[in-house]
Design a protein around this ligand. Structure first.
Ligand code: ADP
Ligand code: MG
Length: 248
């Protein structure tokens, strides 16, 4: 089932300094439950695509259709490079924040979030403060805070780029596990080809700005494999070469 469709989307930024053409003829679909990555060079228009999907901006041309499957929730949830946790709030205070702001801190939702914390080994840290947690744990807390609002689609903007390499591999595995177990549809934008290969069902390759779609690749990895195990596989090497050539 399609949850999202971009149809011939263009986006041009207009400012006093002139026009910046960011996206041209962007067409792709996302199936419910899939993990889709968008890769492309820095400054090509990746974040712009996420802003359009979240409705923060409207396309200059073309159409975006969304199929919101859940009715009592926001369509998108965001995860950024910085976890944006509030240092003066406890872990529990942080994961409840969205629910408080949206006046959805119901018994049922609290139970849902508490269960996520228990399931993903953060419950015993619930009364600690963000600075007492490792970078990887903080990113997991940020994810649970986002999932608390039960978004139909999760947008990850270079969500792992700020972490050191070792931590990034582990956090990718953890986040992937949570996303798959909770059956979340996800779109990741990244400039890290290996990361995209390790996580995705589908990869969309963008050109330099103005971004056009150079290629779409469907990956056929065994779904039970962890991202870390996928990285070392022969299929990963082959796909890496293919994407690398496209980006040259
Ligand atoms: N608000 C804006 N006004 C004008 N230009 C912008 C704005 N936001 C982004 N851009 C330009 O659009 C292009 C694409 O930006 P962005 O989507 O952030 O790229 P990416 O996420 O791939 O690095 C860049 O050249 C950037 O400078
Ligand atoms: Mg960006």
């Amino acid at each position: 089932m399609k949850i999202l469709k971009l149809d011939n989307v263009d986006l041009t930024y207009f400012s006093t300094n002139g026009e910046t053409e960011a996206l041209k003829n962007i067409t792709f679909t996302v199936d419910s439950g899939d993990f889709v990555s968008i890769v492309g060079p820095s400054g090509c228009g990746k974040t712009t695509i996420l802003s359009l999907i979240s409705g923060l901006m409207k396309p200059t041309k073309g159409k975006i259709s969304i199929n919101n499957l859940k009715n009592d929730s926001s369509f998108v949830g965001y995860m950024f490079q910085k976890d944006n946790l509030f240092e003066w709030r406890t872990i529990l205070g942080n994961v409840y924040l969205g629910l408080e702001l949206q006046k959805r801190k119901t018994k049922e939702n609290i139970e849902y979030v508490n269960n996520l914390l228990k399931k993903y080994n953060l419950w015993e840290f619930r009364n600690k403060y963000p600075k007492q947690l490792s970078g990887g744990m903080r990113q997991r807390v940020a994810l649970i805070r986002t999932l608390a609002l039960k978004p139909s689609i999760l947008l990850l903007d270079e969500a792992f780029s700020a972490l050191d390499y070792q931590t990034r591999l582990n956090v990718c595995d953890d986040v992937y596990k949570i996303i798959k177990q909770e059956k979340v549809t996800a779109i990741l934008v990244t400039h890290d080809i290996s990361e995209a290969i390790s996580l995705s069902d589908k990869i969309i390759i963008l050109s330099k700005r103005p971004a056009t779609i150079k290629k779409e690749i469907n990956l056929t990895f065994d779904k039970s494999q962890s991202p870390l195990n996928r990285r070392g596989s022969n299929e990963a090497k082959k796909v890496f070469d293919e994407i690398w050539r496209e980006l040259q």
